[in-house]
Design a binder for this molecule. Structure first.
Ligand SMILES: CC(=O)N[C@H]1[C@@H](OP(=O)(O)OP(=O)(O)OC[C@H]2O[C@@H](n3ccc(=O)[nH]c3=O)[C@H](O)[C@@H]2O)O[C@H](CO)[C@@H](O)[C@@H]1O[C@H](C)C(=O)N[C@@H](C)C(=O)N[C@H](CCC(=O)O)C(=O)O
Ligand SMILES: Nc1ncnc2c1ncn2[C@@H]1O[C@H](COP(=O)(O)OP(=O)(O)OP(=O)(O)O)[C@@H](O)[C@H]1O
Ligand SMILES: N[C@H](CCC[C@H](N)C(=O)O)C(=O)O
Length: 493
């Protein structure tokens, strides 16, 4: 699927400058916007932003080489650009970029319903369940796995794309007749203004746990970043999980109209009752506003996925969809890539690939699988390099608390020594009662787990989910947990 609309907008640089309250040094024609030189197509305005690593204006010559016709930047950037390209100068260009991009494509998101989903865990799963809930309806998903428009992938790298890319994708969705777009909203994107410039019809809060403490000062700072989504600048209606303590805090804080949901018996607008977990998922009854009662079957294991499904029921009903149709769509979900994804080649035990790479997610997954595991729960786990160090022992500790066997191995070491990351995870795992073993090399670790698994056991390979590569010392090697697991289990027979 294309990532820019097929009808190309055409603006003069002067018109664009006027939109941001500035003036242009030239009457260049602009047919697109990019803030990364790697994404420039000829005719683009290059937004050269000051960043944590460098000033984008340093790359003005590269931008011109790729066909950019002008640059939007600040005073410092203008000095760096010199006379390489015509310039529009504004204070804080990042803050102006979202409004500018939305105006450039003539506010495409106003043509469909937008649902923004935030939370430490469950964003990707919830967007995919929203897509499933829409059934044959025309829908789009934006998030960590990329963008899908009417179920066709359109590549996007960040969980929440930068505004120029996002607004271009919205313009494609408008062309494709999309009725509803469910997108993940990361805390980074809120801090950086990637989702400024338009208003979500519904904003959903799932939960808050430890994450991204390499970016946010502390948990409170992280919460407040997410809470910004639940203000009139960003959304019209809030849908909040009040099983979560931060959800209850948000309910009391947000000025938006609120719809609540709960799977634990809290007095919420939407409730899950009569919850019956089984090996492949969960059956339950949903109680909603106006005495609504609907049987729901969630085809993904774990009560946390009941919560994700309830979020979809509440949010999409709030957005005007029929809850009975939504329930039928969720029941027919084909699953979510790398989230509680079963790998089955006829082996005598259950094998699951999951994206749990944070303490709360590890706890949620193992807790969900324990009651449906007759034998031992075996987990292969590591932690990513160049990310929050504090979560490593916590992940190890939680794994050993909930699993019988913890095989500690490498995730994406990135630029860090793998042994040091494993040592930090092992330090937490030593608390037991599960038995921890260290196996360097992810393939070797999965092989070790496969060799020890018996009938009735559940083997979970955690942390990398849908990822297709493993980054070691700056090089991404092809690696897919699902393929490796299938290959090694296939060799058993
Ligand atoms: C912390 C963070 O989010 N940083 C993002 C931010 O970087 P920055 O402002 O510091 O930029 P910089 O690296 O100093 O570069 C300055 C400018 O020069 C430009 N540049 C730089 C070099 C070049 O060759 N060409 C070029 O155009 C850059 O695009 C940028 O505009 O703007 C850049 C341009 O879009 C992003 O690439 C970069 O994301 C980094 C790579 C990243 O990994 N972000 C992650 C942490 C992130 O955003 N994650 C969240 C979700 C996480 C989750 O929930 O799991 C997400 O929404 O994806
Ligand atoms: N509601 C939830 N509560 C707790 N854990 C969850 C929940 N939903 C999913 N998980 C766990 O978290 C992992 C990541 O889920 P998912 O990708 O849906 O979340 P995410 O918020 O998009 O995460 P990320 O930002 O890391 O992409 C899942 O693989 C599962 O282990
Ligand atoms: N968006 C997350 C993904 C982490 C995935 C995990 N496999 C790891 O490498 O830590 C991050 O970049 O922190």
């Amino acid at each position: 699927m294309r990532v820019r609309p097929s009808t190309t907008p055409r603006w003069s640089l002067g018109e664009l400058a006027a939109l941001v309250g500035s003036e242009a040094s030239d009457e260049a024609v602009v047919t697109g916007i990019a803030l990364n030189t790697a994404q420039i197509v000829p005719g683009d305005l290059y937004a050269a932003l000051p960043g944590a690593n460098t000033h984008g204006a340093t790359y003005a010559s590269v931008a011109r080489h790729h066909g950019a016709t002008a640059v939007l930047t600040d005073a410092e950037g203008a000095a760096l650009v010199g006379d390489v390209l015509p310039v529009v100068v504004v204070d804080e260009p990042r803050r102006r970029l979202a409004d500018l991009s939305a105006a450039f494509y003539e506010h495409p998101s106003e043509s469909f319903t937008t649902v923004g989903i935030t939370g430490t865990q469950g964003k990707t799963t919830t967007t995919y369940l929203a897509e499933a809930a829409m059934g044959e309806g025309r829908s789009a998903v934006v998030g960590t796995i990329g963008t899908r428009i009417n179920k066709v992938p359109a590549p996007s790298a960040l969980t929440t794309p930068e505004a120029p890319q996002l607004q271009a994708l919205f313009a494609v969705m408008r062309e494709e007749g999309v009725e509803l777009c469910a997108m993940e909203v990361s805390s980074h994107s809120l801090v950086q203004g990637r989702v400024d410039g338009f208003t979500f019809d519904v904003a959903v809060f799932l939960n808050l746990g430890r994450d991204h403490l390499d970016f946010h000062r502390d948990l409170d700072d992280y919460f407040l970043a997410k809470a910004a989504l639940f203000t009139p600048e960003h959304a019209r209606h809030a849908v909040i999980n009040i099983d979560d303590a931060h959800g209850r805090r948000l309910r009391d804080l947000t000025p938006l109209p609120v719809t609540t949901f709960s799977t634990t018996g809290e007095p919420a607008d939407w409730r899950a009752v009569n919850i019956r977990p089984h090996r492949l998922g969960t059956d339950l009854e949903v109680l909603g506003p106006d005495d609504l009662a609907i049987d729901l079957s969630v085809p993904l294991p774990g009560v946390f996925n009941v919560s994700n499904a309830l979020a979809v029921m509440a949010a999409l009903t709030t957005a005007g969809r029929d809850p009975h149709e939504l329930a039928a769509g969720i029941a027919a979900s084909p699953g979510v890539p790398g989230r509680m994804e079963r790998v089955d080649v006829g082996q005598p035990f259950t094998a699951i690939v999951d994206y749990a790479h944070k303490p709360d997610a590890v706890a949620a997954v193992l807790t969900a699988l324990r009651p449906v595991t007759a034998g031992r729960l075996i987990v292969v786990i590591g932690a990513g390099g160049d990310r929050d160090h504090g979560k490593r022992p916590l992940m190890g500790e939680i794994a050993a608390r909930h699993a019988d066997v913890v095989i500690v191995t490498d995730d994406n070491p990135r630029t860090e020594p793998p042994a040091a990351i494993r040592a930090a995870v092992l330090e937490g795992a030593a608390a037991g009662p599960g038995v921890a073993v260290e196996v360097p090399g992810r393939r070797e670790a999965i092989a070790h787990a496969v060799a020890m698994a018996h009938r009735g056991d559940t083997l979970v390979v955690a942390g990398k989910g849908h990822e297709r590569g493993q980054e070691i010392a700056g090089v991404v090697h092809p690696f897919d947990d699902r393929d490796v697991l299938a290959e090694l289990m296939g060799a058993l027979s």
